[in-house]
Write a protein that binds this ligand. Structure first.
Ligand code: COI
Length: 358
């Protein structure tokens, strides 16, 4: 593919790079450039370009600001010890972005084109890919409806952009257990809704439950199904796994759950470790009785941002239960080391998941 045109930032506009260690935290620092591209019915996707990072200019009536036509992704680039930079299963993210776009009546992208745009942007910003263990360059592709109109309608204009930022750990506690509150009051998604799309409404609607959990001293909430308020669905913004007896269980992708790239990777790795892995509905009652009989060995969440988050406390119906002695369980540790090992090139990647960028 041809080179995407770049408008260079003046030396004065270039940011001073912070220390690129774990103290980066998540999502606070952004690099010097953006990739952008526009869409309208006549031209389709057009005018791909790289420009200095800057505020977007939107009409106050832009449809995204009123009716939320937006989809996004989150993926990471990793610097290996030899200095090379790799992406992890990036096609899965762009394919999911297209599925989310279809659900929100937004135009699909050419996966190979946006992947190449991602690579070119990362090469331009390669000095921003942090070298410290556990750090990475977070990539946030975002598509928004930017036609100015106030009737509820499908926008005729869209903007797609990719922003980058160096990140450390998502949770301030790093790879340590998080405490989870089981909410029976709020729901994340119902079948036929938006649950399997990565779109802003899912995150907006999660905030109040998360805030109430914070007030009670918990980091995140466990979402139950919308109809019976009985079956586990997700935790916070991540997928959820339960290790009961010798079975690793995660809820099936039946329309309400985001098909996580880390979720899928954990399923592959766990199967390769010859664990019994099952995608099935799992009720809170089953989790509680496994807790009480001592069969619930571990619970952990999976996502791109936090990778694997062990659950140290689970509080259904106001009762606080300690899981794995409140520590990181051996399976969570093993899966974390395995997936991070592949991402940072420390162990062999038998799946062909890593793609070299620079
Ligand atoms: C993830 O990557 O696990 C997430 O979904 C969190 C992200 C929205 C910041």
């Amino acid at each position: 593919m041809t080179e995407i045109p770049v408008t260079k930032a003046s030396p004065k506009e270039l940011k001073k790079k912070p220390a690129l260690g774990m103290e980066l935290g998540f999502g606070k620092i952004f690099t010097d450039y953006l990739f952008l591209m526009d869409h309208d019915p006549g031209q389709g996707w057009h005018h791909p370009r790289v420009e200095p990072y800057r505020p977007l200019s939107l009409d106050p009536a832009a449809l995204v600001l009123h009716y939320g036509q937006e989809v996004f992704e989150g993926l990471k680039a990793y610097r290996w010890r030899n200095g090379e930079i790799y992406l992890f299963r990036p096609r899965m993210n762009y394919e999911r972005l297209n599925r989310s776009a279809r659900r929100l009546c937004m135009p699909e992208l050419d996966v190979e084109f946006v992947l190449e745009a991602t690579r070119q942007l990362i090469r331009l910003e390669k000095d921003w890919v942090p070298p410290a263990p556990g750090t990475s360059l977070y990539i946030r592709p975002n598509m928004i409806a930017n036609e100015a109109a106030l009737g509820v309608q499908i926008s005729k204009k869209f903007l797609f952009y990719i922003m980058l930022g160096p990140v450390g750990a998502y949770y301030p506690q790093g790879f340590n257990p998080v405490d989870i509150y089981v909410t029976e009051k709020y729901i994340r998604a119902a079948r036929g809704g938006l649950g399997e799309a990565k779109t802003l409404a899912n995150y907006a609607s999660s905030l109040l439950a998360q805030e109430e959990a914070h007030e009670l001293g918990y980091t995140q909430v466990l979402w139950l199904d919308a109809i019976e308020r009985k079956y586990a669905e997700e935790v916070g913004t991540s997928n959820i796994f339960f290790y009961i007896d010798d079975e690793l269980v995660t809820p099936p992708l039946h329309g309400t759950i985001l098909p996580g790239v880390t979720r899928d990777s954990v399923l592959h790795i766990a199967r390769s470790l010859e664990l019994k892995v099952t995608e099935r509905m799992i009720s809170l009652d089953e989790v509680i009785s496994a807790l009480e009989s001592g069969k619930l060995k571990e619970v952990f969440a999976t996502g791109t941002a936090a990778v694997i988050s062990p659950v140290g406390k689970l509080a259904p119906r106001g009762k606080r239960h300690i899981i794995s002695g409140g520590k990181v369980g051996p399976l969570s540790r093993k899966l974390y080391d395995h997936i991070m090992g592949i991402q940072y090139g420390k162990i062999k990647d038998p799946y062909g998941w890593m793609e070299k960028v620079a």
